[in-house]
Design a protein around this ligand. Structure first.
Ligand SMILES: *[C@@H]1O[C@H](CO)[C@@H](O)[C@H](O)[C@H]1NC(C)=O
Ligand SMILES: *[C@@H]1O[C@H](CO)[C@@H](O)[C@H](O)[C@H]1NC(C)=O
Ligand SMILES: *[C@@H]1O[C@H](CO)[C@@H](O)[C@H](O)[C@H]1NC(C)=O
Ligand SMILES: *[C@@H]1O[C@H](CO)[C@@H](O)[C@H](O)[C@H]1NC(C)=O
Ligand SMILES: *[C@@H]1O[C@H](CO)[C@@H](O)[C@H](O)[C@H]1NC(C)=O
Length: 453
């Protein structure tokens, strides 16, 4: 594998927190209390974002955050507004998304090319999808619509489907000169599945359904996920140089999360027993991510090796548990308690100061903030809290029922055929890889019990 550990060197901000500050005090049975708690977490998260300031770049977080995480954060803020009704961040959200649209209206800004993976692009695409589903007003002024942006991401990725090796699948990277191109990672394929499924639910255009089925079947065929103990377990990826015959079995919350929501969307749109079973089976596999009922990042949290990207992953499992409970109400019995216990534990370890909270990484820490703080840590707690409000929303709109974002089925055209010119990445360059899946961590955690061989 080609990634070097230097690429994983993003060091977390570790700060000593003032003692004596309070924890987020949340009553998980009270809507107002949950909203208040989510508000504190949102305020703590956005304090790291300065892109709206004059002279700063909208839609970018400062180092050490990669570009994708800002898109993920905006997705969190769109949902924050949707669940809590607090619109105070809608202006910076719309501004940030607009600024990163890029040349083909497909979230492929040229100056992110060196780290632009399909997964990175997709996190922005999923934010646009959420904006359409939640009826965030379109940008207007000749800008593409939210739905059109999600369709553009879908169209550009469908073009990249690569059956020269492995019988299909998306490569991790968009550009073959980027390190990690040969890796077929589960998150890239899972996000593509997620967007296809939600576009199908939204538009009822069967092309999207066909793609969602195709990605799901392909991932299963090369065992990017498989059935273990009655549940689906989602792994990290496989190398096309060996035709995907070996799979890296590390399990991350976000891989399960994006598939969970995609399966829920497919179930909602089809009402089929097949998708109901698949969705239930995804949920059965989630136990690996819970310790005493509390969510944790099993691959890195206990060992303290979670990198900056990974410290945000619990946000995407929480987000998609909420999405599942809204769009597939039968899953509430399976997910509600897990999310409630996790949100309460997550909130308890945050440290409040005035009207914001600073959260640590470990929710299993008996209410102690572990001092690993940042955008990801706060986003994860915010998502766990706000998604507890699933019962108070009417659910994602569709084209036929309430949707206001304009469709553009051919959005993103030209993006894959036009050659973008930029500096060659030289051998000496560090992998500027977007979402670093953890090939390197294999060495660190090999033999851990949860790595199903
Ligand atoms: C965004 O709107 C909020 C009020 O909703 C306001 O307090 C804030 O200053 C605005 N931010 C920017 C950057 O305009
Ligand atoms: C990337 O390009 C955009 C649009 O040309 C520009 O506004 C922005 O400042 C650039 N971002 C960075 C991080 O250089
Ligand atoms: C590569 O894997 C695909 C899918 O599993 C399979 O159909 C194909 O025959 C394999 N190719 C080679 C050369 O083994
Ligand atoms: C689809 O989602 C809506 C909420 O958005 C929900 O009311 C409906 O019951 C769901 N359909 C199915 C089949 O679960
Ligand atoms: C359905 O989606 C496909 C793929 O994007 C597109 O080519 C086609 O025009 C769409 N059909 C309709 C009726 O919008």
């Amino acid at each position: 594998m080609k990634l070097t550990s230097s690429a994983l060197g993003a060091v977390g901000a570790s700060v000593l927190l003032a003692t004596g500050a309070g924890a987020i005090d949340v009553d998980v049975t009270s809507t107002d209390s949950i909203k208040n708690a989510a508000k504190l977490a949102a305020a703590g998260m956005t304090k790291w974002y300065t892109g709206y300031r004059p002279g700063d770049v909208a839609g970018n977080l400062p180092d050490p955050y990669y570009w994708w995480e800002c898109g993920a954060m905006f997705n969190g803020l769109i949902d924050y507004w949707y669940y809590t009704g607090d619109s105070q961040y809608n202006n910076i959200t719309a501004q940030g998304l607009e600024h990163q649209i890029g040349d083909y209206n497909a979230f492929m800004p040229q100056n992110q090319s060196k780290s632009l993976g399909n997964d990175d692009q997709a996190f922005w695409g999923m934010a646009a999808m959420s904006a359409a589903e939640n009826k965030l007003p379109d940008l207007g002024d000749d800008q593409p619509s939210w739905l059109g942006l999600a369709q553009a991401v879908f169209n550009t990725q469908a073009e990249r489907w690569n059956d020269k090796k492995c019988g299909g699948g998306l490569n991790w990277q968009i550009y073959s000169f980027n390190k990690g191109f040969n890796y077929r990672n589960t998150i890239s394929n899972g996000c593509f599945f997620n967007i296809a499924a939600r576009l199908y639910k939204y538009t009822k255009n069967e092309t999207y359904m066909d793609w969602a089925e195709k990605v799901w079947d392909w991932e299963l065929s090369v065992k990017l996920f498989d059935l273990q103990d009655g549940g689906y377990h989602f792994y990290d990826g496989a190398d096309e140089n060996i035709n995907c015959t070996e799979v890296n079995h590390i399990q991350w919350t976000y891989n399960a999360g994006v598939h969970l929501a995609g399966a829920a969307a497919m179930f909602n749109a089809t009402s089929s027993d097949e998708w109901k079973t698949r969705l239930s089976t995804v949920i059965k596999g989630l136990d690996v991510f819970f310790k005493d009922g509390v969510m944790y990042e099993v691959a890195c949290e206990t060992g303290g090796t979670c990198n900056t990207d990974q410290r945000s992953f619990k946000a995407y499992l929480s987000r998609n548990m909420g999405y599942s409970m809204v769009t597939a109400p039968f899953t509430q019995d399976l997910l509600k308690e897990k999310l409630t216990t996790s949100a309460a534990a997550g909130a308890k370890q945050c440290t409040t100061s005035g009207d914001e909270a600073t959260c640590g990484l470990k929710w299993t820490n008996n209410g102690q903030n572990d001092g690993s703080v940042g955008v990801g840590e706060n986003m994860a707690v915010m998502e766990a809290l706000q998604n507890l409000l699933f019962a108070s929303v009417s659910g994602p709109v569709t084209e036929a029922a309430g949707g206001i974002s304009k469709a553009d089925p051919n959005a993103g055209a030209g993006a894959t055929t036009t050659t973008v010119v930029f500096d060659e990445v030289t051998a000496g360059d560090k992998a500027g890889a977007g979402i670093l899946t953890t090939i390197v961590l294999v060495a660190i955690v090999a033999g851990a019990w949860w790595m199903v061989a």
